[in-house]
Design a protein around this ligand. Structure first.
Ligand code: DC
Length: 249
């Protein structure tokens, strides 16, 4: 029997990672975060100071990528690289390198190998169009760049607050959940909103305009505007759609 695959594609910060993880948990399926593979490749290239114009070298690095997923942890070249791989710099470099057809081709089979019984939920940009074109259920999650930036800005603001000078951070944390923390977070969030929105627009434009495997919904994908629902509602909708599809497999 062919392993069933649910694909969840969409732009940066569309919430596809969260939805994919929850759907996989609910069904007991494996999970493929394909963006993490492209990010890990980008980090491997950056840490080796590889020239982004040397296509053959970038392709060889993609073939030789030493990468292992262990729950939420990502091991690259034998070391825990979870935080580095999740950084915005890794996302941006991955967006650039993933436009190279040779790099994509070198990483293709590695992604397909995730399809194992009892099933797989795969999230990314081209899961429904290229990697798993025969998947019985394809979802495309999206919403406006402004809404996506609003969500991401909250996370960035919290990271920046945590990274403040140790004494300052300690003093603030001792005040607990005081209005000072809330006010500071809101100020930081407003400051980073424009910055984050510009990054998101740039990444959207790179991912959509590349010649090979551009970000777009598969013709048979169901498009969901993830801003109209709470994440749990989107997860429930995907699970309900899967129940209908699975009954006909
Ligand atoms: O989903 P993400 O933000 O982790 O992905 C990082 C970059 O990797 C994204 O901007 C484009 C690239 N990517 C891709 O080209 N194809 C995929 N299936 C997943 C990610």
């Amino acid at each position: 029997m062919i392993t069933p695959v649910i694909t969840i594609d969409g732009p940066v910060a569309s919430g596809k990672g969260t939805v994919a993880r929850k759907v996989a948990q609910a069904l007991g399926f494996h999970l493929l975060d394909s963006g993490a593979i492209y990010r890990a490749h980008a980090i491997a290239c950056l840490s080796r100071n590889l020239d982004f114009n040397e296509i053959n070298v970038l392709e060889e690095q993609a073939k030789a990528l030493s990468l292992r997923f262990e729950g939420e942890k990502i091991w690259l070249d034998g070391a825990d690289a979870t935080d580095t791989v999740r950084s915005e710099a890794a996302g941006m470099a991955a967006s650039t390198l993933s436009a190279i057809p040779e790099v994509r081709a070198a990483l293709l089979q590695r992604q397909r190998d995730f399809a194992e019984a009892p099933g797989l939920v795969a999230d990314g940009r081209d899961m429904g169009t290229i990697v798993f074109p025969n998947a019985p259920l394809k979802i495309y999650l999206t919403t406006t760049a402004e809404v996506r930036a609003g969500r991401r800005a909250g996370q960035v603001a919290a990271q920046r607050l945590a990274a403040l000078e140790e004494d300052t951070a300690k003093g603030l944390i001792e005040k607990g959940n005081s209005p000072i923390i809330t006010g500071l977070l809101e100020t930081l969030r407003a400051q980073v909103q424009n910055e984050v929105e510009a990054q998101i627009r740039q990444r959207d434009s790179q991912d959509k305009s590349r010649a090979v495997a551009p970000l777009k919904p598969a013709l048979d994908a169901i498009v969901i505007d993830n801003a109209l629902h709470r994440p749990t509602q989107t997860v429930d909708a995907v699970l309900a759609l899967w129940k209908l599809r699975a009954a006909r497999l």
